[in-house]
Design a protein. Sequence first.
Length: 138
Amino acid sequence: MRCPDLKRDGFELRSGEAIHVENPDTFFIPSVRERYSLEPGQFVKLIFDIETVDEDGEAMVQGERMWVLVTGKCDDFYIGMLDNDPVSVDPHGDQYLIHGAEIPFLPGHVINIEEPPDDVERLLREWKPTRVWPREEE
């Protein structure tokens, strides 16, 4: 398992821990215990840096905060499914980052946690990933 890489995958995740260390009075994140004990069915908010193109055709990186449904764990990584439609991505294109795409992440990426909804078992049973993240290093 590996983290997404901007050059390789067109997106990457920001470290919520690093942002918190730089701005401890204004940028709050869940406790270490909460971030390291996530369970399937919880929703986590992550910050994505997404490679996109501006109106002039110039490459740029745009940040978006999006929710991910935690579905499991693989080694040190959590894996989840994106529960947002990225604003900076064409939903009809061939890019990886679309609603339902599997996202690998580490506890340090998590900036918020929501508890599972009442119908969490149904969500975990019925949601199928639209894109599957490779489990082996390529």
